[in-house]
Design a protein around this ligand. Sequence first.
Ligand code: SF4
Length: 391
Amino acid sequence: MRGAVDLQPDPREAVDFGPFTQAAPLQIASTRTYTRRPTRQIRVGKVPVGGGAPIPVQSMTKTDTRDVQATVDQIWALEAAGCEIVRVAVPDADAAAAVPRIRSQIRIPLIVDIHFDYRLALLCLEGGVDCLRINPGNIGPTWRVREVTKVAAERKVPIRIGVNAGSLEKHLLQRFGEPTPEAMVESALFHIRILEELNYPEMKISLKSSDPRMMIEAYRLLADQVPYPFHLGVTEAGTAFSGAIKSAVGIGTLLAEGIGDTIRVSLTEDPTEEVRAGFEILKALGLRKRGLNVIACPSCGRVEIDLMGLTKEVERRLEALNINRSFTVAVMGCAVNGPGEARGADIGIAGGNGVGILIKRGQIVRKVKESELADVLVEEVKALAAKEEET
Ligand code: SF4
């Protein structure tokens, strides 16, 4: 019996799945686009960064750079995962000596990561690299930065001025008392001015912190002061789960404000996971399209199929197909949001009682038994990809 509150009818009663009606394709409201901060464009090898270019996803190897084979293998795995620019740590002269051998065996642009010893930067520049990352907080006296910049300019190699809240210059820490967004910006500006004095604007800037709030504020502060592209990241973010969330908050907030030209998600994980997380952030904001986008409802008391099992199986099987098409696949539990979301996707199902309604590009196709749903979804995605390949 209904009380004073006028309850809505149970949607399962309201939506008749059989014979089901042909619904009109869902009209998707225009999605918001972000006005990106105008920046100079630089090139990291063949990849443009800034100036409105697509936002490249970067990662960093976790191998010992001196182990050329292991590092090259990891870079190939990263490229297969979609990584567009890769960085390697260069802690000593042996690692610097390995850099040219690594670079000659890979296809994506290579950045070397230099701390403390500016001579390693010079060695890498001689060996041939696509970009140099230096940390202003530990590279030492200004003349060293000048020296490195002069050689980089001769070889037309861009420089990332990579400020890190955890390794700011001592005098800044003394003045500000602790790492702050203002101290990070001051550190960056000091080094930006050195490159500008040398008439070398081929740079990008990062202002990383393990605290997303601090990095957000630092990038915002610097955004209006310089025209250079920004590399975004939350440093030491953590494991796959917490690190991806922190990165999505820090990087995603800035991207949604139009700030950011390239990104790296730092995870205590296999680096290919960093790439996956990076693309998920960009895809969530509509800034990049790559691979399949599986959307699924969280499931609730209304669901009458094994939605979690089905979603995991579909995601696993689709990932293994490695289809490089930007389709959206919707796995929805019931008639509440199911038909609407599934109609907005390329392929989708909306669950019913032991069945699912297959919906293709807005059109209801047929009813499928629960036990066949995973197979049918995968086959439909394969067929759609094959059809697009023909055209
Ligand atoms: Fe529940 Fe999923 Fe249906 Fe939403 S679509 S009501 S989460 S079963």
